[in-house]
Design a protein around this ligand. Structure first.
Ligand SMILES: [Zn+2]
Length: 79
C-alpha cells in the first residue's frame, strides 16, 4: 500500500480524465495498466491513477466487455 500512496503523490489526478481534458481528483484509485491477472506487475511502471468511474470502465474492458458510450453532438460521451 505504501507504493500506491507514493504513486498518488506523483499522479494525484485521474489520468484518464486528464486524457479527456478534465481535472479530477475525486474518488481516486491506483489501477494497473496491465491487470495483475493478465500478468501485469505491481509496480510504478504499471500504475495508473484512475477515478472510480474510469476504474470501472477499465475493469469492464479488461473482463472483455466493450463499453461504447453514446457520443453527443459535441463529440463527448453522454453520461
Ligand atoms: Zn477519471
Amino acid at each position: 500500500m505504501r507504493k500506491r500512496a507514493a504513486w498518488l503523490k506523483k499522479q494525484p489526478l485521474c489520468q484518464d480524465c486528464m486524457a479527456e481534458g478534465v481535472v479530477n481528483a475525486d474518488d481516486l484509485e491506483v489501477d494497473h495498466v496491465i491487470p495483475l491477472f493478465k500478468g501485469g506487475k505491481d509496480n510504478e511502471s504499471n500504475y495508473r491513477t484512475r477515478c472510480s468511474r474510469h476504474h470501472k470502465l477499465k475493469t469492464a474492458q479488461d473482463m472483455g466487455h466493450v463499453i461504447r458510450p453514446e457520443i453527443g453532438v459535441d463529440g463527448w460521451p453522454i453520461e
